[in-house]
Design a protein around this ligand. Structure first.
Ligand SMILES: Cc1cc2nc3c(=O)[nH]c(=O)nc-3n(C[C@H](O)[C@H](O)[C@H](O)COP(=O)(O)OP(=O)(O)OC[C@H]3O[C@@H](n4cnc5c(N)ncnc54)[C@H](O)[C@@H]3O)c2cc1C
Length: 309
């Protein structure tokens, strides 16, 4: 059985997704730099855990981790190497591929045992299947592309000592700011997202979207028109240039369904659209559509949810 090497940055849902994909391909060897990564490796079925002991890795951007992963990966014939589709994952994957002298793919959503990967491109309007032809696949995995399925294990742990090169220390991280998370789940982890668009009309009226979200224990999302209009902070934007989400339930209220918005939410399990324009493109992809004014429809939804609690 081939071994798949996975970089596990933390204990997020995305980490679980990559480990689940890796498990479907072979035995999983995880690389972790912290406790959270090690915990995810055990929760999602890794058989080997490479535990890197180098406190300085977090003081510099990407390069030290790329060096450490390279040193683990070198000289072995892996079935594949997978990394998260985060900014950090993408910064590492290029360095890793150069160091290992192999091709790589970014933002894959599936990978089969023959090394053939799928990528959804042009805002999800085209599907590309690709294969790294000079050996095993090195790839970053798109967030939300796979269902994370736990499979608890007790991986055999191997401590890895690395010494960082001067090159790896060229870009220092001078400050890390933790944004207050609030009570709502994050967009990428949320099972339910209630999103508002320009149709919500104002920042004050986004309170209704928040109220509905809170009754579901959901995250709040927004279209770019809504964030550009100052109705809601940019970090909640869903779409091509915002966050890609794949919740169980996505409610789009007052959102027309432009392709750039759809690119970020079309993999949601169930999509519900509320729009007063029956010709809005969002209805072509919605599982359930309500033609109506969101200020009439959402309070009824809220009442119904509260009644059933
Ligand atoms: C390069 C690029 C990247 C982009 N990236 C993104 C992205 O990441 N995410 C994103 O969302 N967009 C993105 N956009 C913008 C995108 O093209 C659309 O402009 C945007 O999604 C429109 O947002 P909207 O649907 O909220 O607004 P609109 O298109 O103005 O639609 C508002 C909708 O609300 C409905 N409505 C109005 N009032 C009510 C009411 N009271 N009740 C019910 N319905 C009502 C209207 O019928 C309409 O359908 C991008 C564009 C470009 C060019």
């Amino acid at each position: 059985m081939s071994q798949i090497l996975v970089y596990v940055p933390d204990n997020s849902r995305h980490a679980g997704e990559i480990l689940t994909l890796a498990r479907s391909l072979g035995e999983v060897a995880a690389v972790a730099f912290n406790e959270e990564g090690a915990a995810a490796a055990a929760e999602y079925g890794a058989t080997t855990l490479y535990r890197v002991n180098e406190p300085q890795v977090d003081s510099y951007f990407a390069a030290p981790k790329a060096e450490a992963i390279t040193s683990i990966a070198q000289g072995q014939d892996w079935g594949g190497i997978l990394l998260p589709g985060s900014d950090e994952g993408k910064a590492i994957v290029g360095r890793l591929a150069v160091a290992l002298n192999r091709g790589f793919l970014t933002d894959i959503s599936t990978l089969d045992s023959d090394g053939v990967a799928r990528q959804d491109i042009f805002a999800g309007s085209r599907i590309v299947t690709s294969k790294v032809t000079d050996g095993f696949t090195i790839a970053t995995v798109k967030a939300g592309a796979v269902n994370a399925e736990p499979a608890p294990s007790t991986p055999s742990e191997e401590a890895v000592d690395v010494s960082l090169s001067d090159d790896a220390k060229k870009v220092s991280i001078v400050e890390t700011v933790d944004e207050p998370a609030g009570d709502r789940p994050g967009l990428t982890e949320a099972d339910v997202i209630i999103s508002g668009g320009r149709g919500v009309g104002s920042a004050d009226d986004f309170a209704l979207i928040e109220k509905v979200a809170d009754s579901f224990g959901a995250a709040v999302g927004a279209s770019r028109a809504a964030t550009d209009s100052g109705f809601y902070p940019h970090k909640f934007q869903v779409g091509q240039t915002g966050t890609t989400v794949s919740p169980q339930l996505y409610v789009a209220a007052g959102i027309s369904g432009a392709i750039q918005h759809r690119a970020g939410m079309q993999t949601s399990r169930v999509i519900v659209a509320v729009n007063k324009d029956s010709d809005a493109p969002i209805f072509s992809m919605a599982d359930f559509g309500v033609v109506g004014n969101l200020f009439d429809v959402l309070p009824q939804l809220l009442e119904e949810v509260e009644k059933r609690k």
